[in-house]
Write a protein that binds this ligand. Structure first.
Ligand SMILES: Cc1ncc(COP(=O)(O)O)c(C=O)c1O
Length: 404
């Protein structure tokens, strides 16, 4: 565990490769820096303020410089096969998870990869279990497809956020077909332990449910925590699990739109394809393909440096908030670059998002978008330079002191 830094030692910290100046970030046309005006510091959508790994940049530049925008082939095969191969190798190297390349379906994004299995494996009116709070588009998927949301509450037990499937035993019926698992969990940052995952697996197996396991934040785990792919728990789990993931979060390339969907068995894949033809899923674009392969095969040294920075940022954020504004409850996330701040103790008259937006000029993610009951929460994306992080922390502290 790195020694937690406080605001007093920040000035002496050396500049590092992740110090992209605010003036440069404000020229980007990404949604993070474009949504709010010049007076607001954005700390919302899950992307990082770091420039991408050089192998990714080179892969993109190679296509652009050659104006090579035709239907792509790689190594004599469709380009999607290169993505599947890179995924197989990455899962083996990082998580000792053996994956069959034939069970991988490349696609453009993970929300698409959530809609498709929900449509394939359930009917309107069927129940879908979802941990709450959760990534807002998961709620949208359940709502827009006319499925029933069965909330599995994440609770702060004082040291971590936990959920217990026993709590929803009464709410789950024969028409509850799907369990959407998010691990590492967004927004709480939990990285579930093997025992917790085994309990979730037993729950799904006993009720014969399909599990859609979103593991997009799988690379971002801090010391003491290890990501375990859900489908790697055992054959009975794999046969009902669709894993969805991509390098977009870890390697900061969400605009390049390339992801994978993995079926635990060939039978599961066939059942899916009977309902959703593969062509309906589309193909990722050529730049996304090459960037993904570069990220998964050559990006790890860059990611190691990012992780060292994120660990410092996480610890500085948690120690500063605890010392200066203990009314805000903040558990150090096990993984992700997101922190879930419980601002109930501030006794605000407005939502926590509105308070920080209006009084501190910070654009956090509004808690109520993750769960309507969480208007006194905000999600804090701390993947930024230390100087911007400190500015945000200063603004939080000042705004809270002013309203006290
Ligand atoms: C848990 C989770 N799943 C899926 C996504 C969507 O990722 P993408 O748009 O890169 O497919 C995000 C993005 O923040 C996320 O946090």
């Amino acid at each position: 565990m790195a020694v937690a830094e406080t605001r007093s030692d920040r000035k002496s910290a050396p500049a590092n490769a992740f110090d992209v100046p605010e003036s440069v970030l404000r020229t980007l046309r990404n949604s993070k820096w474009s949504k709010y005006g010049p007076d607001v510091l954005p700390a919302w959508v899950a992307e990082m303020d770091f420039s991408v790994a050089e192998p990714i940049q080179q892969a993109v530049r190679r296509i652009v410089d050659a104006r090579d925008y035709g239907y792509p082939m790689r190594d004599g095969d469709r380009a999607g096969v290169a993505v599947a191969k890179a995924f197989v190798q990455r899962m083996k190297d990082r998580f000792a998870w053996e994956v069959d390349q034939a069970l991988v379906l490349p696609l453009a994004d993970l929300v698409q990869g959530t809609y498709a299995p929900v449509l394939a494996f359930s009917e309107p009116g069927d129940g879908v279990v979802l941990q709450v709070p959760n990534y807002p588009p998961f709620r949208d998927v359940i709502q827009t497809t006319g499925r029933r949301l069965i909330p599995l509450q994440m609770r702060n037990n004082g040291t971590r956020h936990v959920c217990d499937t026993a709590e929803i035993a009464g709410a789950v019926d024969a028409r509850t077909r799907i369990f959407v698992l998010c691990n590492p969990q967004n927004p709480t940052g939990r990285v579930f332990t093997r025992d917790e995952l085994m309990a979730m697996a037993r729950f799904a197996i006993e009720r014969d449910m399909i599990v859609i396991s979103d593991e997009i934040h799988q690379d971002i785990t801090y010391p003491g925590h290890r990501h375990i792919p859900f489908a790697s728990l055992g054959p009975e789990t794999a046969e009902r699990t669709i894993t969805i993931t991509s390098p977009t979060k870890s390697f900061n390339i969400p605009g390049l739109r390339c992801a994978v969907l993995h079926f635990g068995t060939a039978q599961l894949r066939e059942r899916f394809l009977k309902r959703i033809p593969a062509r309906l899923m589309g193909d990722p674009n050529v730049i996304g393909v090459d960037a993904t392969v570069a990220a998964w095969t050559q990006g790890q040294p860059w990611l190691d440096t990012v992780m060292a920075h994120l660990l410092r940022a996480r610890d500085r954020m948690v120690s500063t908030l605890r010392a200066e504004v203990p009314e805000i409850r903040c558990l150090a996330p096990d993984g992700t670059f997101l922190a879930w701040l419980d601002c109930t103790g501030l006794g605000l008259k407005t939502s926590a998002f509105d308070f920080f937006h209006n009084e501190a000029k910070i654009g956090f993610s509004a808690g109520e978008t993750f769960d309507p009951a969480c208007a006194q929460y905000v999600r804090f994306n701390f993947a930024t330079s230390m100087s911007i992080l400190d500015k945000i922390l200063d603004r939080v502290i000042d705004s809270v002191r002013r309203q006290a």
